[in-house]
Design a protein around this ligand. Structure first.
Ligand code: SF4
Length: 281
């Protein structure tokens, strides 16, 4: 059976960088390093980082925290200011591409534009973006939100996009927004690794009988890859470990395509590929 792993499968540049920063800070720091929530959305990566000595916390006013590690998706200004007030040392692992979104939002907000974020309401990255600016932003998760949340015409609006959104959906929303905003400044901030992954997952399901998408169920970008794959090939499955594979998925299958979300380690991809070989001989 032919197994093809997408070239873009697995860690993106921002996740790799965040993990390197985390491990280097754990090795160097004499302080107790804590991360607020998960550094990236992958249980295995979080476990490895915890093993290196970095602990997870839900609250900033935990007296044990010495240094605070900011995750790849970034954080709101409020959290950073509170951490500084508490005297915590900040180790910033925010992806530079997310920082770029923050810069645009801050600049356009200052210039009097209503900030509109296309993204998942509760996602850390979206919370981090809306938490950068002085005025309240509008968050739009899908096309249906436009009517609901933009009842009156907006004179000046600036749109930024969560880095891992689905490009096709975002382009449709851009068109719909044009009808409601007089001066629309649209910044398509979907990051380059996400664009590459989405481009590959549009061809892989056509060329393969079965598609395996690897990544945590908490990973928004993996979910998006799965949705795109499934719309093209019904024989698409989303898993996070080899033991979730089912033999019946590979009946009469001659070719399997594999891709993985931005926070999936290479070891997991490799283990799943090997397990597919094992159960299909
Ligand atoms: S998905 Fe894109 S924005 Fe997010 S961490 Fe990776 S490179 Fe950065």
């Amino acid at each position: 059976m032919k197994i093809t792993v997408a070239k873009s499968a697995g860690f993106c540049f921002g996740v790799k960088r965040a993990i390197d920063i985390a491990l280097a800070s754990a090795a160097r720091s004499k302080d107790r390093v804590y991360m607020l929530g998960d550094i990236v959305h992958n249980e295995n990566v979080v476990k490895n980082i915890e093993r290196a000595g970095i602990k997870k916390t839900g609250k900033l006013n935990n007296p044990r925290i010495g240094s605070l590690l900011i995750r790849a998706h970034g954080s709101s200004k409020k959290i950073l200011q509170k951490a500084e007030k508490l005297g915590l040392k900040i180790i910033d692992a925010t992806c530079p591409m997310v920082k770029e979104i923050h810069k645009i939002a801050i600049d356009m907000d200052r210039r009097g534009y209503k900030i509109i974020v296309i993204g998942d309401y509760k996602h850390d990255e979206v919370q981090g973006i809306v938490g950068q600016i002085k005025h309240k932003a509008i968050v739009l998760q899908g096309l249906a939100d436009i009517k609901k949340k933009i009842a009156k015409r907006i004179e000046k609006g600036a749109v930024v996009v969560q880095s891992t959104q689905n490009l096709e959906k975002v382009l449709k929303m851009q068109e719909a927004l044009r009808e409601r905003i007089d001066d629309l400044q649209f910044f398509n901030t979907i990051c380059s690794p996400t664009r590459l992954k989405q481009a590959e997952i549009k061809t892989l399901p056509k060329a393969s009988d079965c598609i395996i998408i690897i990544g945590s169920k908490t990973s928004a970008n993996t979910k998006r890859l799965y949705q795109i794959a499934r719309a093209i090939n019904k024989n698409s499955y989303w898993i996070n470990s080899p033991d979730e594979l089912k033999k019946k998925w590979f009946r009469r299958v001659k070719s399997v395509g594999i891709t993985a979300g931005a926070s999936t380690p290479d070891e997991t991809i490799h283990a799943i590929k090997e397990h597919i070989r094992k159960i299909t001989v």
